[in-house]
Design a protein around this ligand. Structure first.
Ligand SMILES: [Zn+2]
Length: 627
C-alpha cells in the first residue's frame, strides 16, 4: 500500500480494508486493504513543513498540517478511488505518483513534528504530535531517493501480488479468486495441493524486494525515533512497546485452550475425510485442507465438521434470493441495523458514490473496503456485492467503518481514526454478532428461529470456524513481522521462521517440503501490502467484549450468544458515544465509554461460546489434543 501514510494526518482516504477472509479477493493489484490516509500535493511542494527553522509553534504547525492535508486530500482521494475502481496502467501511474507525493509530505511533516516531541504544549496538541510520529505503517526515510524507492517497491509488490496467477500443467491459468474457490470447495487432496502450491509461486519473485523494503522502512522508523519498524507498530497502543507485546500475548493465551479444542475436533474430522495417513491423529494439520488459501478461517469446511447433520442451517442466502434482494436492498438492510440503534441515516452521497456492484466493463479491486472521503462528507464503500449471507455480513462490517467515519466527522482530522486500529475493524463485526436467529426472523429473513440445542451448536461451530480459527493466524502474522523488522529473523530464514510460527500458533504444517527459495509469507496480501495485522486479532477479541458490554447496556440477561441489540437505543448511544471520540483520547478512554472497562479482555469469547466449548470437550474425549 502506498501508504499508510499518515494515518495520523488522518486525512483523506482513510480507507479501511478488511482482512480478506470474507471478501471476494482482489482481482487485481490495487490499493486496498489498509488504513491509509494520504496527504499531500502541489501546495506542499513549497510548504513550510520542510522549513522547521522558522520557529512555528506546535499549535500552528498542527493547524497548518490539518488545513494543508484537507486541501491535498482531494487529489489523493481521486487518485486512489479511481485506481481501485478503474484498473488500468494509467491509473496505476497516477496512484503511484500520488503515493510518492504522499510519502514525501509525510516525511516533511514527521521531520518537523520531531522537534515538538519532547515539548509539552497542551494535551490535544501533544497527542496530535504523537499521532503524527507514530501514524504510518511504513514511514518514509528523510531522503528523497529512498522515498521514491520505497513507494516504487510497495507499488510493485502489490502489483505483482494483484496480478498473480497460477497456470497448471495443462496450461489453465487461474487468478487468486478462482484458486480460492477451489480451496473452498474441492475435497480432492491432490487438487487442493496443486492449487495451494500454485499460488505460492507468486511470491518468490518479490522476496528480495521485501527484504529491501524492510531495510528502507526500518530506516524510516529510525528517522521517527524508533529502533525499528516493529517498535513503531507496537507503539501504537498508548503503552510502551514491550507492554503491548506482552498484552497481546496474554489475550492469545486467554483463548488458546478453546482454539486447541476446535483444532482437535477439526483434525479428527479431516482424518475421517482424507484418511489417517494424510491427516494423522496427532501433530499439525496439513495447511491445504482447511478450505482457505491461508488456513486462516475454516468456514468452508463446515460440511465436513457439522456437529448435527442437517439441523437447521439458517439459510439466509436462500431467503435473500427468494425475496429478490439486490445489492442496493442488501446495503439498505445493513444500514437499517445501524439506524435501529438510533444512529443517523447514511448521506445520499453514500449511495450515489459507492461501488456496490461489480462493473461489467472494467477491472476493479473487488476486495471490500470502506473509504473516508471528503473529510467525512462523502464516505463510500467498494464491494462487489453478491446476493448471499456472507456478503450481507460483509456489508454490515463495512458499514461499521462508515459509521465510525460519520460519528467522528466533527473531530479535527488528526483525531479521525479508530481509538486504536483494532477498534475500526471491530465495530461492524460487533453488529453482526447481533444477527441472531431471532433477529433474522424479526427481519423476515428466515421463517422460524430454530433455537434447539443442536441448532445452537451448529451455529456456534460455523462462527467458531470463522472467528476462533482466525485468532492464531491473526496473532502470528505480526509475530513474524515483528521479528523480521527487529532482525531477530534474518532474511535467510524468512520461510523457515514463517512455518515455525504457523505450527506453533495454528498447529498447521505445509503439505510439501518448503525451502528458502519460497516466500510463503508473501503469498498473503498483507505482507506485500504492508498492512499491520495485529489489528484483526485485537478486533476479533474485542468484538465479543463489545457485544457483551452492549448487551449489558441493553439490559439483556440471557446467554450471550442469543443477545441482539437490534433496535436498542441505549446500546446504540453507548456505541455512538465511543465512535464519536475517534482517536482523540487514549484508547482505554474509548473502551471505558462503551464497556465500562479500561482493558481488552478475551473472556467474553469464552462466555459467548460456552455451549460449543463444552460440547467440544466432550467430543474430544479420548483424542490427544495439541500438536
Ligand atoms: Zn474492515
Amino acid at each position: 500500500m502506498l501508504a499508510n501514510v499518515v494515518a495520523y494526518l488522518a486525512i483523506v482516504v482513510l480507507m479501511v480494508g478488511c482482512n480478506g477472509k470474507q471478501a471476494p479477493a482482489d482481482d487485481q493489484s490495487g490499493i486496498d486493504d489498509a488504513d491509509s490516509a494520504m496527504v499531500t500535493s502541489a501546495n506542499t511542494e513549497q510548504g513550510l513543513v520542510s522549513q522547521p527553522g522558522l520557529g512555528e509553534s506546535a499549535i500552528d504547525f498542527v493547524a497548518r498540517v490539518e488545513a494543508e492535508g484537507i486541501a491535498l486530500a482531494k487529489e489523493l482521494d481521486a487518485a486512489f478511488w479511481v485506481r481501485a475502481t478503474h484498473i488500468t496502467p494509467d491509473t496505476a501511474t497516477i496512484a503511484a505518483k500520488a503515493g510518492e507525493r504522499g510519502l514525501a509530505f509525510e516525511s516533511r511533516v514527521v521531520e518537523q513534528a520531531k522537534q515538538y516531541r519532547d515539548t509539552i504544549t497542551d494535551p490535544v496538541t501533544d497527542r496530535a504530535i504523537e499521532l503524527m510520529l507514530r501514524g504510518s505503517s511504513a514511514p518514509a526515510p528523510n531522503d528523497s531517493a529512498l522515498q521514491a524507492e520505497l513507494s516504487q517497491i510497495m507499488t510493485d509488490m502489490e502489483g505483482q501480488y494483484g496480478a498473480g496467477k497460477y497456470c497448471n500443467a495443462q496450461g489453465e491459468c487461474r487468478e487468486l479468486q478462482e484458486l480460492e474457490t477451489i480451496l473452498a470447495k474441492s475435497r480432492d487432496y491432490d487438487e487442493l495441493l496443486d492449487v495451494w502450491r500454485g499460488w505460492r509461486q507468486v511470491s518468490p519473485p518479490y522476496r528480495a524486494q521485501y527484504q529491501r523494503f524492510v531495510e528502507i522502512a526500518n530506516s524510516g522508523a529510525r528517522d521517527v525515533g524508533y529502533d525499528n519498524l516493529a517498535e513503531l507498530w507496537q507503539g501504537g497502543y498508548d503503552m510502551d512497546s514491550a507492554s503491548f507485546v506482552e498484552e497481546s500475548r496474554r489475550l492469545w493465551r486467554q483463548v488458546e485452550p478453546f482454539y486447541e479444542q476446535l483444532h482437535c475436533y477439526v483434525r479428527d474430522k479431516l482424518s475421517d475425510t482424507y484418511g489417517a495417513e494424510k491427516v494423522p491423529a496427532t501433530g499439525p494439520i496439513p495447511a491445504h485442507l482447511l478450505g482457505n488459501m491461508w488456513s486462516q478461517s475454516w468456514e468452508n469446511i463446515y460440511d465436513l465438521v457439522e456437529p448435527y447433520a442437517g439441523v437447521s442451517s439458517l439459510d439466509v442466502t436462500a431467503a435473500l434470493v427468494d425475496q429478490g434482494y439486490d445489492e442496493l436492498q442488501m446495503t439498505e438492510a445493513a444500514e437499517g441495523f445501524f439506524t435501529s440503534l438510533g444512529l443517523p441515516e447514511l448521506p445520499d452521497s453514500f449511495y450515489r458514490n459507492s461501488m456496490i456492484k461489480k462493473p461489467r466493463d472494467r477491472n476493479v479491486v473487488c476486495h471490500a473496503s470502506a473509504w473516508d472521503i471528503g473529510n467525512g462528507d462523502d464516505p463510500r464503500i467498494k464491494q462487489c456485492v453478491e446476493v448471499n449471507e456472507e456478503h450481507f455480513e460483509t456489508l454490515h462490517h463495512e458499514l461499521g467503518h462508515i459509521y465510525y467515519y460519520l460519528m467522528y466527522k466533527d473531530q479535527p482530522t488528526v483525531f479521525k481514526g479508530g481509538a486504536h486500529d483494532g477498534f475500526h475493524e471491530a465495530i461492524g463485526d460487533t453488529v453482526t454478532l447481533s444477527m441472531t436467529p431471532a433477529y433474522l426472523k424479526a427481519r423476515g429473513l428466515i421463517d422460524a428461529a430454530d433455537e434447539s440445542y443442536e441448532a445452537t451448536i451448529n451455529k456456534q461451530m460455523k462462527i467458531a470456524l470463522t472467528k476462533i480459527a482466525f485468532l492464531p493466524f491473526g496473532k502470528m502474522i505480526d509475530e513474524w513481522r515483528w521479528q523480521v523488522f527487529s532482525g531477530e529473523i534474518a532474511p535467510a530464514d524468512y520461510n523457515a521462521s514463517w512455518w515455525k510460527l504457523r505450527q506453533a500458533y495454528q498447529g498447521i504444517a505445509p503439505p510439501i517440503a518448503r525451502s528458502e527459495a519460497d516466500f510463503d509469507a508473501g503469498a498473503k496480501y498483507h505482507i506485500p501490502g504492508n498492512t499491520p495485522y495485529t489489528r484483526y486479532f485485537l478486533s476479533f477479541i474485542m468484538q465479543f467484549q463489545f457485544h457483551q458490554a452492549l448487551c449489558a447496556s441493553a439490559g439483556y440477561e440471557g446467554p450471550l450468544h442469543e443477545c441482539s441489540i437490534y433496535g436498542n437505543k441505549v446500546a446504540g448511544k453507548k456505541l455512538g458515544d465511543m465512535l464519536s471520540l475517534g482517536q482523540s483520547q487514549p484508547w482505554p478512554e474509548a473502551m471505558q465509554a462503551m464497556t465500562g472497562q479500561r482493558g481488552m479482555d478475551g473472556s467474553a469469547i469464552i462466555d459467548y461460546f460456552a455451549p460449543l466449548n463444552s460440547w467440544l470437550k466432550d467430543k474430544n474425549q479420548g483424542l490427544q489434543c495439541g500438536w
